[in-house]
Write a protein that binds this ligand. Structure first.
Ligand SMILES: [Zn+2]
Length: 62
């Protein structure tokens, strides 16, 4: 069973789907800014989650 990441469009295995905790709302808001149709229950792939986490980290350092 495969799953298409709504953020990058890549096909991944469903058990590799990542979900963002509500404590990471800043990440959720950032993804929604780029993908207005995305909702957090859709999940995303770990690659995208890591990407957005790194982005948030980068912004904090500036
Ligand atoms: Zn992705």
């Amino acid at each position: 069973m495969s799953y298409k990441c709504p953020v990058c469009g890549e096909q991944i295995k469903r058990d590799l789907t990542a979900y963002i905790d509500h404590t990471e709302k800043h990440i959720i808001d950032e993804i929604k800014g780029n993908h207005p149709d995305w909702v957090e229950k859709n999940g995303l792939c770990h690659k995208c989650l890591k990407y957005y986490r790194n982005q948030m980290k980068g912004e904090k350092d500036v």
